[in-house]
Design a protein around this ligand. Structure first.
Ligand SMILES: [Zn+2]
Length: 372
């Protein structure tokens, strides 16, 4: 089995490959957290699977996540299997335990969507819902244009013209990306919707981190994403300000390539409620060093367009009677798949090697004196 074979074309195939690889490599525990609220695209069970390697009371823990954004799991799952198959798990120091969280959002992975079964962008959902939620008034200006009445008729055409005019008047594509993708809490059928309460994937992930991180003094997290930046390059993204100790640590471990959403050095705009922001809340006694590892695919306008199309399909198209196997729906699904995964072996090899490199550097960081 070579590197390209670590990757799959369905969630069910990815799950099976992951479980087989983890079992064969001697995972000390394998947990299936079954989603009780949804089924897969082919009626299959949906689960967030967790494989643990290493001692129960290890003082260092490395967590690698895939599928926080659903079908971005086609990238992350293959990378996780690569960690197992290419000897990276076996290379870890004795004091480091490793946790692979496979398909954090299994619904989106199976249905080839970024969002959860509640149309929630899970990486905007790690909020304190007892407090007022962030506001995104500029999103409200363009919501109706982002989700037009039709996707291949006059409604879409009018929306495109109006969106182009909005971009011209408001700072172009960077401003558009920040408003659309930053996160919003006002429109449950809209894009990058952060939810009104913790999603199942959120609650489940927090419980996993609390359980498996209970004995850890130091925790590193690599949350694998795809869709932003140059094809095949993995941008290490911190959410911390440059003066935060966790940011300096991330750059010390992974190099000056580590960018920050809060400093504006990342391809990602600042986002509200990201998953890696929850680690310190879940494990207040541990030193957390967390990044998103964001692999580039295709150009940003294409990615945003594909996400819009998929949102339209579920918010409007299917509800109006459009069949999921119609030509229009199949075209939308092909585009959202291809926006977040590049079907080329050299891309698969690059993302796999980059993830391995980042895991090895995390071992070094977790066990080095400078981290203490
Ligand atoms: Zn993502």
């Amino acid at each position: 089995m070579g590197i390209p074979q670590y990757f799959s074309t369905t969630y069910a195939e990815a799950r099976q490959k992951f479980l087989e690889a983890a079992r064969a490599a001697g995972a000390v525990s394998l947990e299936a957290h079954v989603n009780p609220n949804a089924k897969g695209a082919n009626g299959e069970e949906l689960a967030l699977d967790v494989a643990r390697f290493g001692e129960r009371d290890a003082e260092n823990l490395l967590i690698v996540c895939s599928g926080t954004h659903g079908n971005e799991g086609f990238c992350g799952s293959g990378c996780q299997i690569g960690l197992i198959k290419e000897g990276v798990i076996d290379a870890r120091p004795r004091t480091v335990a490793m946790l692979l969280a496979h398909a954090v959002n299994p619904y989106g992975f199976s249905h080839v969507r970024r969002v959860t079964e509640d149309n929630v962008d899970l990486n905007r959902n790690f909020q304190d819902f007892s407090k007022p939620l962030p506001e995104n008034p500029r999103y409200a200006e363009i919501h109706d244009l982002l989700v037009p009445s039709d996707w291949d008729g006059p409604g879409r055409a009018a929306a495109e013209a109006a969106l182009a005019a909005w971009r011209d008047a408001n700072g172009g594509m960077p401003a558009y990306q920040a408003v659309v993708a930053g996160g919003q809490y006002g429109f449950p059928d809209g894009l990058f919707f952060g939810g009104r309460r913790a999603a199942w994937s959120n609650e489940t992930f927090r419980a996993i981190v609390k359980k498996h991180g209970a004995a850890a003094k130091r925790v590193a997290v690599i949350d694998i994403h795809s869709g932003l930046g140059p094809a095949g390059y993995g941008e290490p993204i911190s959410i911390l300000a440059s003066e935060a100790p966790g940011f300096a640590r991330a750059q010390g471990w992974w190099g000056e390539e580590v960018t920050s959403t809060s400093e504006g050095t990342s391809k990602s705009p600042p986002v509200t409620g990201p998953l890696i922001g929850s680690i310190e809340e879940s494990l207040p006694g541990a030193e957390a060093t967390a990044i998103g590892l964001e692999f580039g695919t295709v150009a940003l306008p294409e990615v945003l367009e594909a996400i819009r199309g998929d949102n339209w399909l579920y918010a409007r198209g299917l509800k109006a009677g459009l069949a999921i196997d119609s030509a229009l729906a199949r075209d939308i699904k092909t585009k959202i798949r291809d926006a977040l995964f590049v079907d080329a072996d050299d891309w698969r090899e690059k993302v796999c090697a980059r993830t391995a490199d980042f895991a090895l550097k995390a071992y070094r960081g977790l066990t080095s004196e400078i981290s203490r």
